[in-house]
Design a protein around this ligand. Structure first.
Ligand code: 5GP
Length: 200
């Protein structure tokens, strides 16, 4: 597949649950040096209080999700916590890229691997927690999950940390504005690379 100069890029952000990914993402979207648009994922998990369909996720029933999956409508999709499905819709990303924007995907390590395989031009960033204690504190403090679910998320977090090295960039989120600054810098550098070098 060839990528034309100036074509928008896919930016993948992953990181363990509770690492502050969504805050980092929101700040980055507000202040990105490239025209960055969030790709809204589909999921079968029920909405949390305050979450809106089409904004936070496309909240789908199991059978709706399965139909889309069978039709090949996902760039990647996986079953994550508690068996819920999450997936990046092909059309969502194509709509963003074809408008000349960059697509921001906040997805798990399995999804990120799939995107990297399909799209070697994607920029991949892993957000690391400052330390484990702080992470447990944040996870518990969120107050939206049962103790069982928190334990499950912690186990998953430890497994996810092992994948940090598969990403092009690792950013430690010990200070929000410092982390967002680093992300801005990464995107700026990548946009400069993109304007001088077309890939295969
Ligand atoms: P949450 O349920 O807390 O919103 O998200 C749980 C996990 O699902 C997070 O690690 C998030 O990055 C991941 N996730 C969200 N959307 C997608 C997606 O479209 N694909 C994949 N593979 N993971 C996703």
């Amino acid at each position: 597949m060839s990528h034309q100069v100036r074509e928008g890029r896919i930016v993948v952000i992953s990181g363990p649950s509770g690492v502050g990914k969504s805050t980092v993402r929101k700040e980055l979207l507000r202040s990105s040096p490239v025209p960055l648009v969030r790709s809204v994922s589909a999921t079968t998990r029920p909405p949390r209080p305050g979450e809106r369909h089409g904004v936070d996720y496309y909240f789908l029933a199991e059978d709706q999700f399965a139909q889309l999956r069978e039709k090949g409508e996902f760039l990647e999709c996986f079953q994550i916590f508690g068996g819920h499905w999450y997936g990046t819709l092909r059309q969502e990303v194509e709509r963003i890229l074809s408008a000349g924007n960059w697509a921001l995907l906040e997805i798990d390590v399995q999804g990120a691997r799939r995107i990297r395989q399909q799209n070697p031009n994607a920029v991949t960033i892993f957000i690391l927690p400052p330390d484990e204690e702080e992470l447990v504190r944040r996870l518990t403090g969120r107050g939206t999950e049962s103790p069982d679910r928190i334990a499950e998320r912690l186990a998953r977090m430890k497994a996810e940390l092992a994948f940090a090295g598969d990403y092009q960039y690792q950013v430690v989120n010990d200070d929000l504005s410092a982390a967002v600054n680093q992300l801005r810098q990464i995107l700026l550098e990548e946009s400069r690379k993109g304007s001088t070098a077309a890939t295969e």
